[in-house]
Design a protein around this ligand. Structure first.
Ligand code: SF4
Length: 201
């Protein structure tokens, strides 16, 4: 089903444009908080691209896949190969009940190859935040990353509320799923998005 959807950019492109607008607002909001704290990822040894993030939306899947399709073929092959290795190594580590800390296949020498198209969690990670959980009708708070805690935890909390971003994305996700009559649950790492066995070269 995902492969069929990928072949229909005329349908999904308008949704991705809207997603880009939400991401722009998210980035601006994140940056305002980062500026307040004087926080930056420069020189971070605890690279969050080593975290095994899962992504849950069709929107983000298509966003990443679209960016990947625009990479040149040589880079695509490298990314696909790295994705395959990450999937294999992850399975080995999980089988041994070990913590998985493997570099994201899109990270090249410390930089994201699809930085402008990176998923939501890659944009939000690092800064303390809050969000309104509609099911519980109360706010939840999340801490910053370890580097943030080391550098900036002494500063007073700057309100960084993720709620409206989560809401906007869930509304848009609902619409794109309706457009494709797609109701499959998604939970994919970047490696799983980008390595499809029948693409093996
Ligand atoms: S998609 Fe980009 S920013 Fe996100 S973990 Fe991978 S390399 Fe890092």
């Amino acid at each position: 089903m995902l492969n069929k959807i990928l072949l229909q950019p005329d349908i999904y492109q308008p949704f991705l444009t809207q997603l880009g607008n939400i991401f722009s607002e998210m980035d601006a909001s994140y940056q305002a908080a980062a500026d307040y704290y004087g926080f930056s990822c420069d020189g971070c040894q605890d690279n969050c691209c080593l975290t095994r993030f899962s992504h849950y939306t069709l929107l983000e899947y298509l966003y990443v896949r679209q960016g990947y399709a625009e990479l040149n073929q040589k880079i695509q092959m490298q990314v696909r190969q790295k994705s395959k290795e990450v999937i294999y190594q992850t399975a080995l580590l999980l089988a041994q009940k070990k913590v998985v800390r493997l570099m994201c296949p899109l990270n090249d020498k410390g930089l994201c190859r699809l930085y402008m198209l990176r998923p939501m969690i890659c944009r939000l990670h690092g800064i303390p935040h809050e969000f309104q959980n509609p099911a519980l009708n109360k706010k939840k708070y999340g801490p910053g990353c370890r580097t943030f805690t080391d550098k900036c935890a002494h500063k007073k909390y700057f309100i960084f509320d993720r709620t409206r971003f989560y809401l906007s994305i869930s509304v848009l996700e609902k619409k794109i799923r309706e457009a494709f009559n797609f109701n499959q649950k998604l939970k994919m790492t970047i490696a799983e998005m980008l390595y499809v066995p029948d693409q093996q070269s």
